[in-house]
Design a protein around this ligand. Structure first.
Ligand code: URA
Length: 252
């Protein structure tokens, strides 16, 4: 009798821990219950996620957009990948649409997601200072990211997310028609160049991206973590300023 009572108590305890979903009225070890619990959670999450992806959430002719404003309105409700379901804002980009300089980061973070503007959090404030150090205000350049929606926990964007979102950036580049692109960090570089470069392979050089000059420097978030890299970043942006001045001297 006392064995039966113990079993009932043990089962009630399992039920309290894991809920009715996993309550089993038989001798099951806690370890097995945990495994079931974890598997169950994964299945539930997968279902929720796939339900949230809805194709055709952008205007089907978005790639024919004739201005940045039209492009933005054609794609800003995008739900073509999982990030659509978790974002607060679609962070399209900001700055002067006529600028000859496009700066490309990785993905919006929490502040950007909150306000819908790229690079306004801690890393963004550093980027603003870096630009000011070479006598540019944020409004004189255009700033965008490889992907438009914040990945949860600020994780790196997945390949699928990048593949889904990169065509929007390409269209943005076509419409902006910048002379110079400054890529911030390796996600931006390796997405644009379809490579697996390390910073030492690419920074300090003038590369090319679809007929535009591509310069590379550290992501400001990396500079916040490793302030000793700031000196090299300073050299990189000075080079950008010098090339820009030379170009404007010849073309104005
Ligand atoms: N980091 C990025 O790459 N982009 C932002 O917009 C903000 C932080």
């Amino acid at each position: 009798m006392s064995e039966l009572i113990n079993k009932i108590y043990a089962n009630l305890n399992y039920q309290k821990q894991f809920g009715n979903l996993l309550y089993v009225d038989k001798d099951v070890k806690v370890k097995d219950l945990k495994n079931e619990f974890i598997n169950e959670e994964v299945v539930i999450k997968k279902e929720v996620k796939s339900n949230n992806i809805s194709k055709n959430s952008v205007n089907k002719n978005w790639d024919k957009s004739e201005s940045l404003d039209i492009l933005r309105s054609n794609i800003h409700n995008c739900m073509e990948c999982e990030l659509g379901a978790t974002r607060k804002s679609f962070v399209f980009g900001s700055g002067d649409p006529k600028s000859k300089i496009l700066i490309i980061g990785e993905a919006p973070g929490a502040d950007e997601d909150e306000q819908g503007v790229p690079f306004i959090g801690r890393a963004g404030k550093l980027l603003t200072k870096i630009l000011e150090a070479i006598n540019f205000s944020r409004d004189e350049v255009y700033i965008a990211n490889i992907i438009k929606c914040r990945p949860p926990e600020n994780r790196r964007p997945t390949k699928d997310e990048v593949d889904q979102c990169e065509p929007y950036l390409k269209k943005q580049i076509e419409l902006l028609n910048p002379e110079f692109i400054l890529a911030l960090g390796l996600t931006a570089v390796n997405t644009l160049l379809k490579g697996d470069y390390k910073m030492k392979d690419v920074r300090g050089k003038v590369l090319e991206y679809e007929g535009r000059k591509l310069l590379i420097t550290y992501h400001p978030a990396a500079l916040l973590r490793n302030p000793t890299w700031k000196r090299q970043a300073w050299e990189d942006v000075k080079q950008l300023r010098a090339m820009y001045d030379e170009y404007m001297g010849k073309n104005s």
